[in-house]
Design a protein around this ligand. Structure first.
Ligand SMILES: CC(C)(COP(=O)(O)OP(=O)(O)OC[C@H]1O[C@@H](n2cnc3c(N)ncnc32)[C@H](O)[C@@H]1OP(=O)(O)O)[C@@H](O)C(=O)NCCC(=O)NCCS
Length: 161
């Protein structure tokens, strides 16, 4: 697996993965383009080798505001989930954000999104607070989670490699 920065010619595939993952934030293609070209934005993608070529199978989108960074979107192609791809994307993102001066990473997740909540706990995020009934149709709480960068150990880059 290779984690690298997103290129403009990846955006169609990112959007296709998002469409396969209804729990991901559903952005328009131009939203990815905008973030990819924002100096405060970072989009990382994961490629896996398939024979002599590679295939993009997941992405993580981050945005920095002062000392904080936010995980804005994250999705892994369902046919490649539970292979350590999201964990590796988060670890690489945290490493890059740290270098760029961020002190912590925040995220928002639906309380019912068990795979994502389990991932974030495994990646050493903890619950900061709950926004009651934040999501509509159906009404649902949002969990706001945070991972500080100054203490604690890093997420292992890829235990499944
Ligand atoms: C959440 C998501 C990104 C996880 O991606 P992934 O590549 O499958 O996750 P990983 O393989 O890196 O999992 C790392 C750890 O997270 C936890 N985890 C991930 N998926 C899990 C699941 N379905 N059930 C329970 N735990 C899970 C486990 O602790 C796992 O470690 P393990 O496999 O050694 O047990 C993926 O399920 C996804 O794309 N979901 C749809 C989009 C989404 O929900 N995005 C997040 C919006 S906030």
């Amino acid at each position: 697996m290779t984690i690298r920065g997103c290129r403009d010619d990846d955006l169609e595939r990112l959007h296709a993965i998002q469409s396969l993952c209804p729990q991901a934030a559903q952005w328009r293609p131009q939203d990815y383009l905008h973030l990819a070209h924002d100096p405060l934005g970072t989009i990382l993608v994961a490629d896996i080798e398939q024979g002599s070529s590679s295939r993009l199978v997941g992405f993580a989108a981050f945005h920095r505001v002062l000392d904080d960074a936010e995980l804005r979107n994250l999705a892994v192609d369902p046919s490649h989930q539970r292979q350590g791809i999201a964990r590796a994307l988060l670890a690489a993102g945290i490493q890059a954000l740290r270098v760029m001066g961020s002190r912590r990473l925040l995220l928002e997740v639906r309380a019912s999104n068990r795979p994502a909540v389990a991932l974030y706990h495994a990646a050493k995020f903890h619950l900061l607070y709950t926004r009651r009934n934040y999501y509509k149709n159906p009404d649902e709480d949002a969990l706001i989670m945070v991972r500080g960068f100054s203490t604690g150990t890093d997420v292992p880059v890829s235990p499944h490699q």
